[in-house]
Structures are given as structure tokens and as C-alpha cells.
Write a protein that binds this ligand. Structure first.
Ligand code: NAP
Ligand code: MG
Length: 401
């Protein structure tokens, strides 16, 4: 007899994607979710063909739906480049869906390694996950640069709408060199800070933030002040009640502390620091396929995804009929993250409980020695069995039943 399915009050925004992760997406729904949950979603096909058919309108619609419904789960998608324009015969080199969605939701991306026994961090003192929160606006990613050809004066000039100018000497060049101008916005830094404080409260973890304000006395100092002011005004009491702390230090000091830490905190990073440090962290913890990623907007919208791409190389093997062993853990955790958040917001604890069980079944499967090829290569477990893409998901389904 079929067991009764867990009911949902509000649908998730479901954003389907591309290549190998699109294959995995379907398997996860069919084998791991629908047998247990009466899954309700508003479906948006962000697969590249459909983005092209809709002139990328579908990406905007999906982001709008996330603002309306609050929680989304997203499959990895192709960000078109010249090769993809040719491969898919695209009308245009559409922008990165993640970029479009992030700009519309104004969020911060939090990435956390999924820890399992047998996949040991390279840093021996790390016992708990370290979550990176990366500011995703401005700085060197939206800069202007000039290659200075020879002797001359470089200045920083700001002209206000009232016509008033501010001017500062950058350098009096006596020979060739380079200059760079970058910016950030109080609003964007404020949203970043707010998302970090909210996420720390939601996950009951300390928040660390670092910049180089001793050297960058205006630019980085602005980040430090905005965080500090918001903390004092809105979060100090909440943090004290929750028994968590906000800690500010210098970026070089924080790196040293992270390497000596046990983990178990959120590390907020400026855009460039987050870019570099998240790659260090994910490889030191094991693998990109074992990282969760969630976009948290300051308005309380959540979008869950995997941190990796569409695993193109495996997809082409799959198309040739060859066996693949693609790790679905990060995509499974995108679904569990979204289902759990939906359950929290709707007051449906059965849904949260199901998310916990599915995560546990996934971790138990790996810890029992059944895993995909990317993990068999790095595991310290003595007896392991390499499973192909679908068999790994079916092994989790068996355990879940
Ligand atoms: P990728 O999909 O992350 O894969 C790079 C390599 O990492 C794979 O070839 C594979 O190594 C390994 N890998 C990644 N995820 C894995 C998994 N789940 N299981 C096993 N191995 C895994 O990056 P890519 O191939 O450079 O990019 C492919 C497409 O993804 C691009 O079109 C890019 O635009 C898109 N992308 C999307 C997102 C997103 O939507 N969030 C993020 C990044 C990239 P081996 O081949 O050695 O097995
Ligand atoms: Mg990077």
C-alpha cells in the first residue's frame, strides 16, 4: 500500500537547467522526492534552449516568482560563451542566469561544504563546515582600468550632480604603468551585511568579517562601518539572545585564524576575497560536488542550488551511452535546503523532517562506502564501491525507504 505523501502548503519555484545536472534533476524528483512528498512546484525551464526560445524572459519570470513565493531551487545552467552560441544556434549570447537572478534578488551567496566521514578536510583541525558569504557586487569585478603609456598625472575625480568636484592625486607617473578605478554602493554593502546577519541568526553560527581597512582607510573602512552600524542598531541584542557573536578583524588575521579554527562559523568576504577563498575552501574540504550554495536576499527570499556547473564532460559521455558516475549530492542538498526552508516558512514540520531524512540517507550512503567516482578517488574509507550516476541515487532511495 502506498504510504500517504507529505503535503506542501506553498509551491517551490523550480528552475530546471542543463546537461548532466538536468538528468540528475529528474532522477532526484522521481526517485527521492515524489515517492514521499506531494511535490508542488511552479516550473521554469532555464535550460538553454528554452531561455533562447523565450529571449531569456523565463529567467526573469523565475526570479519574479521567487520574489512572490519566497523559496526557489535551481539546477545548474549553462552560461553561454561563443562555443555555446554555436553549439545551440543561439539568437544571442544570453547573460548568466545566476547573474540575472542575483541582480533581481539582490542577494548574498552562502557556500558550505557537506561533511562526511571518509572525505577528510586537508586542514586537520577543521571539524565543522566553514560557510563563505561572498559579496557579489562591485570592486574589481566592475572596475575601469587604464594602461598608462608614459609620464603623466593620474587623478581620481568625482563630479556631483550639483557640479561640485572632488579630486585626488593617484600618482605622478614618470614612466609607464597601470591604474584602476573601482566602486561600491552603500546600499549594496548594507544588503550584504543584512543578509549575513540574518543568515547567522537563521543557522545559529558566529559571523566573521574582515577587510583591509588599515590600508584602505576610506573604501574598506566603509564596509567595516556599515557592518558595525547595522550590528549595533539591529542585531546586537538578537545575537546576544541567540548566543552567537559578530567578530571583525583584518583579512590577513582572519586567514590565519581560519586555518587554526575548528570551523562552524560564517566567513563574510568582500567580492574578490570570496572568489578566491571559496575555491580554497571547497578544494580543502574535498570537492565542489560536496558544497551547498544558497542565495539569501535581504528581503527574505532564498534560492538554493549546487555550487558546481552542468558537468558537461560527463553529459557528453552520457549522450554516447557510456556510464557516468556524476555526484548528485550538491543537487540533492539544493532540494533539501529548499524543502526545509519551505517547511519552516509554512509551518509544516513534516517537510523539514523529510529534508533531514533525505540528507541523512545521502550521507549514510556515502559513509557506508557507496559513492560516485569523484569521491572514491579521495576517500579514506577502506572498502568502497563506485556507483554510477543513477545507482547512487537509487542506493539513497533504498536507504530512505
Ligand atoms: P563543472 O560543471 O563544475 O565541471 C567541471 C569538472 O568538475 C567536471 O568535468 C568534473 O571533473 C568535476 N565535477 C563538477 N561537478 C561534479 C559532480 N557533480 N560530480 C562529479 N564531478 C564533478 O564546470 P564546467 O564543466 O567548467 O562547466 C560546465 C557548464 O557549467 C558551463 O557551461 C558553465 O557555464 C556552467 N556553470 C554553471 C554554474 C551554475 O549554474 N551555478 C556554475 C559553474 C559553471 P571530471 O571531468 O574530472 O570528472
Ligand atoms: Mg572563482
Amino acid at each position: 500500500m502506498a504510504q500517504s505523501l507529505i503535503q506542501m502548503k506553498t509551491p517551490l519555484v523550480e528552475m530546471d537547467g542543463d546537461e548532466m545536472t538536468r538528468i540528475i534533476w529528474q532522477m532526484i524528483k522521481d526517485d527521492l522526492i515524489r515517492p514521499f512528498v506531494d511535490l508542488q512546484t511552479e516550473y521554469y525551464d532555464l535550460g538553454l534552449r528554452h531561455r533562447d526560445d523565450t529571449e531569456d524572459r523565463v529567467t526573469v519570470d523565475a526570479a519574479e516568482a521567487t520574489k512572490r513565493l519566497g523559496v526557489a531551487v535551481k539546477c545548474a545552467t549553462i552560461t553561454p560563451n561563443a562555443a555555446r552560441v554555436e553549439e545551440y544556434g543561439l539568437k544571442q549570447m544570453w547573460k548568466s542566469p545566476n547573474g540575472t537572478i542575483r541582480a533581481m534578488l539582490d542577494g548574498t551567496v552562502f557556500r558550505t561544504p557537506i561533511i562526511v566521514k571518509g572525505i577528510e578536510p586537508q586542514v586537520r583541525c577543521w571539524k565543522k563546515p566553514i560557510t563563505i558569504a561572498r559579496h557579489a557586487y562591485g570592486d574589481v569585478y566592475k572596475n575601469s582600468e587604464i594602461r598608462v603609456p608614459g609620464a603623466g598625472k593620474a587623478e581620481l575625480v568625482f563630479t556631483g550632480e550639483d557640479g561640485l568636484q572632488r579630486r585626488k592625486l593617484i600618482h605622478q607617473f614618470s614612466g609607464p604603468g597601470v591604474i584602476q578605478g573601482m566602486h561600491n554602493l552603500d546600499d549594496s554593502i548594507q544588503s550584504f551585511a543584512q543578509s549575513c546577519f540574518e543568515y547567522a541568526l537563521a543557522t545559529h553560527q558566529d559571523l566573521w568579517f574582515a577587510t583591509k581597512d588599515t590600508i584602505s582607510k576610506t573604501y574598506d573602512h566603509r564596509f567595516k562601518d556599515i557592518f558595525a552600524d547595522l550590528y549595533e542598531a539591529q542585531y546586537k541584542e538578537k545575537f546576544e539572545q541567540a548566543g552567537i557573536t559578530y567578530f571583525y578583524t583584518l583579512i590577513d588575521d582572519v586567514v590565519a585564524r581560519v586555518m587554526r579554527s575548528e570551523g562552524g562559523f560564517i566567513w563574510a568576504c568582500k567580492n574578490y576575497d570570496g572568489d578566491v577563498m571559496s575555491d580554497m575552501l571547497s578544494s580543502a574540504f574535498g570537492s565542489l560536488a560536496m558544497m551547498t550554495s544558497v542565495l539569501v536576499s535581504p528581503h527574505g527570499y532564498y534560492e538554493y542550488e549546487a555550487a558546481h556547473g552542468t558537468v558537461q564532460r560527463h553529459y557528453y559521455k552520457h549522450l554516447k551511452g557510456e556510464r557516468t558516475s556524476t555526484n548528485s549530492v550538491a543537487t540533492i542538498f539544493a532540494w533539501t535546503g529548499a524543502l526545509r526552508k519551505r517547511g519552516e516558512l509554512d509551518g509544516t514540520p513534516e517537510l523539514c523532517d523529510f529534508a533531514d531524512k533525505l540528507e541523512k540517507a545521502t550521507i549514510d550512503t556515502i559513509e557506508s562506502g557507496q559513492m560516485t567516482g569523484d569521491l572514491t578517488r579521495i576517500t579514506t574509507l577502506p572498502k568502497v564501491q563506485k556507483l554510477d550516476t543513477e545507482d547512487f541515487i537509487l542506493a539513497i532511495a533504498d536507504r530512505l525507504k
